[in-house]
Design a protein around this ligand. Structure first.
Ligand SMILES: NC(=O)c1ccc[n+]([C@@H]2O[C@H](COP(=O)([O-])OP(=O)(O)OC[C@H]3O[C@@H](n4cnc5c(N)ncnc54)[C@H](OP(=O)(O)O)[C@@H]3O)[C@@H](O)[C@H]2O)c1
Length: 108
């Protein structure tokens, strides 16, 4: 992606509300309490530190403020590793490795 100067974007950083169980994960809750942040803030910070552009959506003003309040701390490498281990290598929305899907997306 660097070669083609393409930025990775998370257009559903909270899984469109379909992954809410993850915010009760013990390891994630522990990391959040270490930084006095919410699990969702940790998820956003993790994505940002991985170089991923995040577009979280909320209709609640307090949540909007919460989602912006992720620029005053830095996760350590050990925590980043823990969070990387959450990757199930299984996309929530569509399959980016499907040639049909890629061809369809190119027409969007
Ligand atoms: N996903 C796509 O396919 C797609 C495509 C193009 C553009 N977009 C845009 O990208 C953005 C992503 O939105 P999305 O809905 O797809 O996915 P998302 O941001 O992953 O998930 C949004 C969900 O998270 C909840 N939420 C947000 N902040 C929260 C917080 N601090 N605490 C608790 N819950 C929170 C929202 O509820 P509340 O609103 O009730 O707070 C909503 O249910 C939107 O602006 C969308 O228009 C998305």
């Amino acid at each position: 992606m660097d070669r083609y100067e393409v930025a990775h974007e998370s257009y559903a950083p909270f899984g469109q509300g379909r992954m809410d169980g993850i915010y009760e994960d013990k390891a994630l809750v522990e990391i959040a309490s270490l930084y006095n942040k919410t699990p969702r803030q940790i998820v956003l910070r993790f994505l940002l530190q991985e170089g991923v552009i995040c577009i979280p959506k909320t209709v609640h003003e307090d949540r909007l403020e919460e989602n912006f309040d992720v620029f005053d701390f830095t996760l350590g490498e050990k925590e980043m590793e823990t969070l990387r281990s959450f990757d199930k290598a299984s996309p929530l929305i569509g399959n980016p490795e499907s040639p049909e899907r890629v061809l369809k997306a190119m027409g969007w």
